[in-house]
Design a protein around this ligand. Structure first.
Ligand SMILES: Nc1nc2c(ncn2[C@@H]2O[C@H](COP(=O)(O)OP(=O)(O)OP(=O)(O)O)[C@@H](O)[C@H]2O)c(=O)[nH]1
Ligand SMILES: [Mg+2]
Length: 221
């Protein structure tokens, strides 16, 4: 597994670079998912179960972006997925140029699905288009149902909201309906799933959304 050191890309337009990268990925038939959430929300655990369930049917790779360490890349690599660990040089997000560099490190193999596990936080990753065709965010039950009110941009730009750690809901006052209403007020088209990566509850619906998205991308190339 490779560890790469990235610097923020200095180009005139991150949005334009992201658009170009997105078109290239779609032409290759590769779905790139930008996975975003707070630190510890459960991104890597969700990836582990998803990879376990889908790896026989699709070629999957993961790009782990962190300020430091390689623990997440090692976790997904254990499951047999190709992984690269990107260090962001202190940056709290990935941009399109950094994403392109990390993708190049995955090599020439074809992947149906590549996950970018973005740096854990609910602010900066929402501001930068990485070139991914889909943005998926997680919100875990212990974080609270008020997060759409406090971090509206993340909810506004995401295609999918995964409410995770539902297995611990009995111990928290998380109002699922209130949270969903707040998210839909910001983003009426957002798809919402409730899952537990611990028990596997709700994974059927999430994985069927994912398979549809993979097949849509494959059909366009
Ligand atoms: N009970 C429960 N625990 C979970 C679930 N998903 C993740 N966890 C736990 O939450 C902690 C953090 O999970 P990670 O998957 O490492 O979180 P992350 O978002 O990748 O964290 P960073 O990469 O550090 O930002 C771990 O102790 C997991 O075991 C879940 O669905 N239910
Ligand atoms: Mg992680």
């Amino acid at each position: 597994m490779k560890i790469i050191e990235l610097k923020e890309t200095v180009t005139a337009s991150n949005d334009r670079d992201a658009q170009v990268l997105r078109q290239e990925l779609t032409q290759k038939g590769t779905l790139l998912i930008n996975l975003m959430a707070s630190p510890g929300a459960g991104k890597t655990t969700l990836l582990e179960r998803t990879i376990r369930d889908l790896k026989e049917r699709y070629a999957i790779a993961v790009m782990e972006a962190d300020v430091d360490s390689d623990v997440d890349a090692r976790r997904v690599e254990k499951l047999g997925a190709k992984a690269v660990q990107a260090h962001t040089g202190g940056m709290c997000h990935m941009d399109a140029g950094m994403t392109r560099t990390a993708l190049e490190e995955l090599g020439e193999d074809h992947f149906d699905l590549v996950f970018l596990e973005n740096v854990g936080n609910l602010i900066c990753p929402a501001e930068f288009d990485t070139g991914a065709q889909k943005r998926v965010m997680l919100l875990s039950v212990p974080e609270g149902d008020d997060k759409p009110l406090k971090y509206p941009l993340m909810f506004s730009v995401s295609d999918v909201l995964i409410l995770t750690k539902t297995d611990v809901a009995p111990y928290f006052d998380f109002d699922f309906e209130a949270c969903k209403q707040r998210a839909r007020k910001l983003n009426p088209n957002i798809a919402i799933f409730e899952v537990s990566s611990k028990t596997g509850a709700g994974f059927d619906a999430w994985e069927s959304w994912l398979e549809n998205a993979i097949q849509d991308t494959a059909a366009k190339n």
